[in-house]
Ligand binder design. Sequence first.
Ligand SMILES: N[C@@H](CCC(=O)N[C@@H](CS)C(=O)NCC(=O)O)C(=O)O
Length: 227
Amino acid sequence: MTEFTIHGIPGSPYVRAPLLALEEKGLPWRLEPLAMGGNRTPDYKARLHPFAKIPVLDHGDFRLYETRAILDYVDQIAPEPALTPDAPKLRARMNQVIGIVDSYVAPRLSGAVTFPRLVAPRFGIAVDDAAVVAAIPAAQEVVDELARLLGDQDYMAGPALSLADLMLIPHLVFLPDFAEGAAMIAPHAGLAGWIERVKARPSMAATEWDVLLDRFPVAAEPIAAHA
Ligand SMILES: N[C@@H](CCC(=O)N[C@@H](CS)C(=O)NCC(=O)O)C(=O)O
């Protein structure tokens, strides 16, 4: 099978999702690493992503962006193990959760809370503490809703791992690592259990931030453009 290349910044939840899918499928992949802000250069925009986002997939001469589309492509290319449920209601739930990640988890939680708390300090990026505190209620709303949707299921779309779990876990896995994040999941034993369950998968170990940095060193680039 032709190797899959993912262009992206190590540590980015959006980048980790397709890497998880590739690992779960046992497909060959490499990361083409970008430094923080490397996606905002004119060259990157012109060559890879017109909206200057990550990730971008290259598979042979096929190039694709939008994480949900990448996940679906990987799932179709290598049907086993299936990461999309057959049952219409479970498939709908999977797609719903993927949409929630893109529309609400990413901006309200990862962008507004996790990034300033865990990522910005690592890169010396200034943080507006009051803005983070003000963002907590909106982030909590998202966490509460995800816990409600999970209910007592093992995975977000039923009894089996699906693309929804792979899209979501890279965002939620950071929560236990900082006080406000831990407080957000504290009322939700089911969701906390889901985080531990998915986190224990070998695909998670293979795509950890520091593991990616070791395997695919990032050349020094400016970080000022990141937001
Ligand atoms: N809808 C897009 C969203 C991608 C996205 O927001 N990626 C973030 C990942 S951290 C990004 O590129 N951030 C860097 C920036 O906006 O400069 C997708 O599904 O791929």
